[in-house]
Design a protein around this ligand. Sequence first.
Ligand code: IMP
Length: 192
Amino acid sequence: MELVFATNNAHKLEEVQAIVGNRFTIKSLADIGCSDDIPETGVTFEENAKQKTDYLFHKYGLDCFGDDSGLEIDALNGEPGVYSARYSGSRDMERNIDLVLSRLGDNPGRTACFRTVISLFLNKQQYFFEGVIEGHIIHERRGAGGFGYDPIFIPAGYDKTFAEMTPEEKNKISHRAIAVGKLAAFLKDNAD
Ligand code: IMP
């Protein structure tokens, strides 16, 4: 069975394919010849993920899923949230991290979480799957791995940032892994 993943990120695609297993062939946007800039104008992760699957279903009529993720910091009222990729107005993650650290200052309340929402459109039905990992934001960057806000986020129960973990360590506990695990379990039970 084929499912289109609304992404061109080869790394994400491989990760999902590995978790979902070979009963499903996951195709990228490029695989179906879609080079459109799919709108992402929602104010929640759900809205953005749904925009991707609505767009693909209406244009191609294919079963598909799409995700949206970000960092939510309690002391910043959930920011950067859906604006995580462009919080400082640019995609430059150094500037985005600097902005988070300067907005937090020396505020002792530093709890935060990463959240992923996946929208699945299967047999004309809409489903959502969510993954959340709680943690806190440290005062300075640590670690060279990962991407995005990984150098400033320590998951609860650990003493390493996501950027200090190996990809295997992070991928066992990450918000994305939790959401994809739920998607994979659902697909195993519901698709023939
Ligand atoms: P996306 O929706 O998965 O593309 O994520 C949007 C933005 O959220 C990324 O550009 C990152 O800034 C941030 N983000 C999402 N997941 C992670 C993660 O696992 N680590 C660090 N930053 C992340």
